[in-house]
Ligand binder design. Structure first.
Ligand code: NAP
Length: 261
């Protein structure tokens, strides 16, 4: 796929989403931002605002008109049911609305999501739903990059050197797993859109002491791609068997795989 030209931002009003919108505008992308309430969006001039509901396939059908790239940065903090509808549902609904049409995708999830044994995951299933959203993207046949950021803005101002990890082995569920500035997450999501070396890759993103790299291509190039046909990130723990997933998730997977066939 060539560089996308018209990118839909889902979760555009979020703490990372709004930085990603600004970054994409700076890079010359045409930007459409899907927002709940246009009057409270507060996004930079130049972004086309689309008032829509990310829990609705019909909303995405309209929002995706003319779009050839999507950046997902949404997330709910409310309840397990809302995390399913927002974190997972937005990806599901967009892919169903695309009906097999191909776009370039950058998806933000989180470091540590392959650890199911955290207090928050036991209560909210936030890791599980994000992990299932990753699986839908991998199954969809779209060119994608999946970015699992560390703790937002928990580092010192001198921590700007980006480090990309694979295997999701840092998963204590605390900032010791790594931190990363929000603007650098936004930059990475947008950089990935037109970088062939980022395609088909899943990685954790943290920042350590040092300067920010001017070009992320060598960092993307050093990563291993996900195995073609695999639902999981390369080197992820094999601790989330597809056969143990809820039937509605399996039905979504089958539907999206069929669209891609
Ligand atoms: N904080 C961290 O250290 C960290 C690290 C890794 C990953 N993450 C994950 O990153 C994700 C985003 O975090 P954030 O801090 O950027 O969140 P945020 O600022 O609360 O942004 C969330 C975005 O999702 C949208 N959203 C939430 N619920 C919605 C709903 N019911 N319908 C439509 N849109 C909805 C919000 O829209 P509105 O503006 O309209 O509410 C907003 O655009 C979260 O899932 C979080 O778990 C966080």
């Amino acid at each position: 796929m060539t560089r996308p030209s018209f990118v839909l931002f889902v979760g555009a009003t979020g703490s990372v989403g709004r930085l990603a919108v600004a970054e994409a505008l700076r890079r010359g992308y045409r930007v459409r931002a899907m927002v709940r309430d246009i009057s409270h969006a507060g996004l930079p001039q130049g972004a086309e605002l689309f008032e829509g509901d990310l829990t609705s396939v019909e909303s995405f059908t309209r929002a995706l008109d003319g779009i050839d790239g999507i950046v997902f940065t949404m997330g709910s903090h409310v309840s397990a049911a809302m995390i399913e509808r927002v974190d997972y549902g937005a990806v599901r609904n967009a892919l169903i609305a695309l009906n097999g049409r191909k776009v370039r995708i950058s998806l933000m999830t989180a470091i540590g999501i392959t650890n199911m044994d955290t207090p928050r995951n036991r209560q909210y299933r936030n890791h599980d739903w994000k992990r299932r959203s990753e699986r839908l993207v991998r199954a969809s046949g779209n060119e994608y990059t999946i970015v699992r950021p560390g703790w937002f803005d928990y580092g010192s101002p001198d921590d700007r050197r980006l480090v990309l990890l694979q295997g999701d082995s840092r998963r204590t569920g605390s900032p010791t797993d790594g931190a990363v500035p929000r603007d650098q997450i936004a930059r990475t999501l947008v950089d990935a859109l037109d970088c062939p070396d980022a395609t088909g890759k899943t990685f954790e993103l943290i920042a350590e002491h040092g300067d920010e790299q001017p070009d992320l291509t060598p960092l993307f190039a050093a990563l291993e791609p996900d195995f073609p046909g695999s639902l999981d990130g390369v080197h992820d723990d094999d601790n989330f068997p597809p056969s143990a997933q809820p039937e509605r998730v399996l039905a979504d997977l089958r539907r999206i795989q069929t669209m891609n066939a």
